[in-house]
Design a protein around this ligand. Structure first.
Ligand code: AMP
Ligand code: ZN
Length: 128
């Protein structure tokens, strides 16, 4: 399959893997936002959260919880931001959670277009 992350799992594409088990793999993002920016992926080829089974999802979060204190100790980061893109905004179509260590003054930001924003009540009504 022509999937970069499946090829990383197979070992056909190199990665800086920091954790691996039968279900999950964790490696450094090749284009990091901060030091130690990681990707947490399932070994199964799953595309979005909608395709994901609860067992695998729960395992990925267990791995994240296990890694957080270790990263805190080794990297001296002050927190973490988790991001998981689905569909639009998802460059690699193999499910992944960005586990990004945070540091004071890292200037990590979430940009958005305020011009597209509708009044809260209008959005609330359309979700109801
Ligand atoms: P997203 O935009 O949420 O799909 O994020 C995909 C992420 O995968 C980006 O942050 C890329 O830098 C990262 N990425 C792409 N190719 C590789 C690779 N070969 N090794 C590690 N990270 C990668
Ligand atoms: Zn894949």
């Amino acid at each position: 399959m022509d999937c970069i992350f499946c090829n990383i799992i197979k070992g056909d594409i190199p990665s800086h893997t920091i954790y691996e088990d039968d279900i999950a793999k964790v490696f450094l993002d090749i284009n990091p936002s901060t030091n130690g920016d990681l990707l947490v992926i399932p070994k199964k080829h799953i595309v979005t959260l909608l395709d994901m089974d609860e067992e695998t999802l729960s395992h990925l979060f267990k791995v994240i919880k296990k890694l957080m204190p270790i990263l805190q100790e080794k990297l001296h980061c002050e927190g973490f931001t988790l991001v998981q893109n689905n569909g639009y905004g998802q460059e690699i179509k193999h499910f992944h959670i960005h586990l990004t260590p945070r540091y004071e003054n890292d200037l990590l930001s979430h940009q958005f277009n305020k011009d597209l924003l509708k009044p809260l009540d209008e959005v609330f009504d359309s979700i109801q």
